[in-house]
Write a new protein. Sequence first.
Length: 239
Amino acid sequence: MISNDKKVVGPTARGMIDATGMPALVLFASMVGFGSMAREAGLTLWTAVASTALTWGLPGQIAMVELYALGAPMIAIIAASSAANARFLPMLLSVMPLLNEALPKKRWRYVAAQFMSLNPWAALMRRGPAMTLADRPPYYAGFAGICFSAALLGTGAGFVLAGALPRDVTLTLVFLNPVFFTLVFADARGRAAIMAVLAGVVAGPLFHLISPDWGLLLTGAAAGTGAYLADRVLRRRDG
């Protein structure tokens, strides 16, 4: 039985509780929009759900669907999806030190990496440092498991309900995810994270005008690097 007292709630249950709410709801709604797009592009239900399970990154999945609808070659689809989800690499590098010692067997580290997305990353970065080594993996598993399940259910629901909702509504649902991402980073307790959000807001439209295909990737690289360097300069001046 799960108690309301956080001290007696196990780490897996605590992760599930923390994920149940806005993280799961936003993922579900966003993936409803993606499921609808996938059906319109001519994908099957199982292909749409498999893309969520295996790719596990909405920008890359949207790139896949758009290029598939245009009849692009497979190599172009893979390259575009990989570039759109390139943000996972720095996220993974920053969070794995919290899990490496708790997961001595490398195969479990690969499993943990597969379930990495912004929501589990933010939750583990926020709560992980205060947890014992033994509690981190089950907390991460509980949180990521709820998010993953919500995404799969949302993809299936969007595919089945495609046509029942107006197209403008389903497309709007897709954009809930980046809006929620912005709110997560805006809540971050760190000067560099806040500066990165503000820099991204300014740089995003500019880079999109320069290159719609590469604008998102360029924005992330420029805003993140610029915020990191600016934070280092400010730290030296303050110290």
